[in-house]
Design a protein around this ligand. Sequence first.
Ligand SMILES: *[C@@H]1O[C@H](CO)[C@@H](O)[C@H](O)[C@H]1NC(C)=O
Ligand SMILES: *[C@@H]1O[C@H](CO)[C@@H](O)[C@H](O)[C@H]1NC(C)=O
Ligand SMILES: *[C@@H]1O[C@H](CO)[C@@H](O)[C@H](O)[C@H]1NC(C)=O
Ligand SMILES: *[C@@H]1O[C@H](CO)[C@@H](O)[C@H](O)[C@H]1NC(C)=O
Ligand SMILES: *[C@@H]1O[C@H](CO)[C@@H](O)[C@H](O)[C@H]1NC(C)=O
Length: 167
Amino acid sequence: MEGLGFSKMILMLTIMVTLMGKMAKSELHYVGGTKVSWGSPNVNFTTWSIHEQFYVSDWLYFGYDRHRFSVFEVNKSGYETCNQTGFIKNITGGAGRDVFQLLEAKPYYFISGGGSCWQNVKVAVNAVHHIAPAPQPASPNAASDYSHINQTFMVLILVFIWGMLLN
Ligand SMILES: *[C@@H]1O[C@H](CO)[C@@H](O)[C@H](O)[C@H]1NC(C)=O
Ligand SMILES: *[C@@H]1O[C@H](CO)[C@@H](O)[C@H](O)[C@H]1NC(C)=O
Ligand SMILES: *[C@@H]1O[C@H](CO)[C@@H](O)[C@H](O)[C@H]1NC(C)=O
Ligand SMILES: *[C@@H]1O[C@H](CO)[C@@H](O)[C@H](O)[C@H]1NC(C)=O
Ligand SMILES: *[C@@H]1O[C@H](CO)[C@@H](O)[C@H](O)[C@H]1NC(C)=O
């Protein structure tokens, strides 16, 4: 334990555990329940969605047959009418394994393109904050909102702290 004081080490470990706790809060949801559910005729995505709790910073995983399905983020009317024209984001990566991070507390809408949306390959998820926001103060304190600090950043901090510990 030379070079590094015990209390300093405890402090650093505490910081690490705290940061890891923040990271652990980002959950990965397999849309439809499994890694291959997107496009499955056996899944009712509405039923699946209402039984899941989605938090800001959580991830969605769309796994599917890339020759038949795709993933587009659309607005509410695009979702209701299965219209991908003017989509918000083309999430389709090409491999049939796409991820999407819910960055805001709002309803998100996803549909599969090329007509498959009509076979109910579509899902709406409502992302909420981990802790119900307190009544908004006059000037919102942006610093207390961790949701925009992404995991890459967290990992960099951890690597940095780890480097300091080893020095
Ligand atoms: C899916 O389930 C919802 C209720 O959870 C129901 O209203 C809807 O009709 C179902 N959709 C299909 C295609 O069965
Ligand atoms: C789909 O949405 C686009 C853009 O809003 C619109 O121009 C088009 O008419 C819609 N198509 C159908 C079939 O509703
Ligand atoms: C949804 O997006 C379409 C296409 O960009 C647009 O025409 C329509 O006005 C949007 N609807 C809403 C409710 O934002
Ligand atoms: C969506 O992205 C995929 C992969 O980049 C691409 O193959 C496809 O043509 C795109 N679709 C639209 C409608 O932009
Ligand atoms: C996270 O932040 C890094 C560096 O700031 C950036 O390169 C990356 O695209 C970000 N990732 C997401 C998912 O926002």
